[in-house]
Design a protein around this ligand. Structure first.
Ligand SMILES: Cc1ncc(COP(=O)(O)O)c(C=O)c1O
Length: 446
């Protein structure tokens, strides 16, 4: 079974949109598409199957856009993020043509995916009359940084609950995202793994007792409301593909799930069948897939586009999760992650992060190298941000290879790839050895 389904065989029920129908006249190759779900009746005529498919997709996309626009949001995102071709990396790996969508360049401090979710979530907080945002995340959480950033922009208070998912990983003096929490004016509380619900109840009660009006934002912003941000992003991808050609796959991070679920919901509701491959950063694939399916369907329902049921829009086979790039655990380094960070930096001048996009890019690189996404295919990598945490982890994730004898850029690149692959092969199954190889010491990271 290939990890990435073929876009042409992944026929999803999303083709049958409520209130829409297609009639073909094969002999004359004239098609008629009528959309009746809104006040106006719209007709499109097509002379080829391709034209008809395009007309259906365009109407479906407009319907999703209208549904999204009907739900209030803050306007942090002013324009579609760029989609760039990864020329050097594509040439180096010799497989699929690789592209990156630069959601790391989104607005709010330090950029990244959470800005899209927060457009909807912060609006809900403001509509509820809140004066303080409260949320949670890991000790180097990008979601916490961006929630604090949105709060600063909106002149709201912000309280962050930092969960020490890896014992001993919290360092009050740490840089990276940790440094930015206070800089943006947020207060913080640190809890051990599993301690968030108790601290959430305590913090909300304490704030209320102090006369505040706190609003809880779920971890990662991954509710059906937050996921709408990625249904919007999906429409940007659909519009780009219409102009520049379709992708054979989209590869992205699958963590708390809103990015993956929202992207799937938006694509399928818009009639786009591009396979979406989620690279898990924490959970085992079956559990992660179940979470993504439920959240994607909830997102479709939130948009009011489920028709006969959200299950008719996003099917089980739409959800693809790979968990082999998690390594020893959430936020713990792998040689493949270190190599991916190095390759993106050296080849494309793009910073990834060690916890999320480094591991997702390791998955992308593996799919390209293995031929799963081979020559002749086009793959889009969604860069969800996170680079500020690189400046925390950088002292602990040194470059996998140095090649003093290499003189040309090509030799340096070849040596880097070979050495990193050798490190990965030697230590991939031995977490302690891997940690030592990466210069991390045998104990838990700080
Ligand atoms: C940089 C970055 N990429 C990806 C993700 C994962 O996104 P999601 O939580 O929507 O699955 C996160 C989550 O915190 C993140 O910070």
């Amino acid at each position: 079974m290939p990890a990435v389904p073929d876009r042409n065989t992944a026929m999803s029920a999303s083709q049958q949109q409520p209130g829409a129908g297609a009639v073909r006249a094969p002999a004359s190759k004239v098609g008629l598409y009528a959309e009746t779900s809104h006040a106006a009746l719209r007709l499109s005529f097509a002379t080829t199957d391709d034209d008809l498919a395009r007309a259906i997709a365009s109407h479906a996309g407009e319907r999703v856009q209208r549904a999204l626009d009907a739900i209030p949001r803050r306007r942090y995102v002013k324009q579609a993020t760029p989609i760039e071709r990864l020329d050097n990396l594509s040439a180096l790996l010799g497989g699929a043509e690789m592209f990156v969508k630069r959601d790391d360049l989104l607005p709010l401090a330090g950029g990244g995916s959470k800005t899209r979710k927060l457009e909807y979530l912060v609006q809900a907080a403001i509509d509820a009359g809140a004066d303080t945002l409260v949320t949670c995340g890991a000790v180097q959480s990008n979601h916490c940084r961006l929630t604090a950033s949105a709060a600063a922009r909106e002149r709201l208070g912000c309280h962050l609950i930092l969960e020490e998912r890896v014992a001993g990983s919290y360092d009050p003096a740490a840089g990276g995202n940790n440094y930015t929490f206070g800089l943006l004016g947020a207060t913080t509380a640190v809890v051990p793994a599993g301690g968030v619900p108790e601290e959430e109840a305590r913090a909300m009660a304490t704030l209320r007792a102090a006369g505040k009006r706190p609003f809880w934002i779920a971890g990662g912003g991954s509710t059906e409301l937050g996921s709408l941000g990625y249904a919007r992003a999906a429409l940007e991808v659909v519009a780009h593909a219409r102009e520049h050609g379709p992708f054979d796959a989209i590869v992205l991070c699958s963590g708390s799930g809103g990015t993956h679920a929202g992207m799937l919901a938006g694509l399928r509701a818009a009639g786009d069948r591009t396979p979406v491959v989620g690279i898990s950063t924490r959970a085992a694939a079956p559990a992660q897939a179940a979470k993504i399916l439920a959240l994607a369907r909830d997102t479709v329902s939130k948009l009011g586009l489920g028709g006969a049921g959200a299950g008719a829009v996003v099917g089980e086979r739409d959800v693809v999760v790979l968990d082999e790039f998690v390594g020893p655990g959430y936020s713990l380094p792998t040689a493949e992650m270190a190599e991916a960070i190095e390759l993106f930096a050296r080849e494309e001048s793009i910073f990834l992060d060690p916890v999320y996009t480094g591991k997702a890019a390791a998955g992308l690189i593996d799919l390209v190298r293995s031929g799963e996404l081979g020559a002749g295919k086009r793959v889009l990598f969604l860069h969800t941000g996170g680079a500020p945490s690189l400046f925390h982890y950088q002292t602990r994730a040194p470059s996998p290879a140095r090649a003093p004898e290499a003189t040309t850029a090509r030799e340096v690149r070849a040596a880097t790839v070979t050495a990193a692959a050798a490190v990965a092969a030697r230590h991939a199954t031995d977490a302690t050895a891997l940690r030592l190889a990466l210069g991390l010491g045998a104990g838990a990271p700080k």
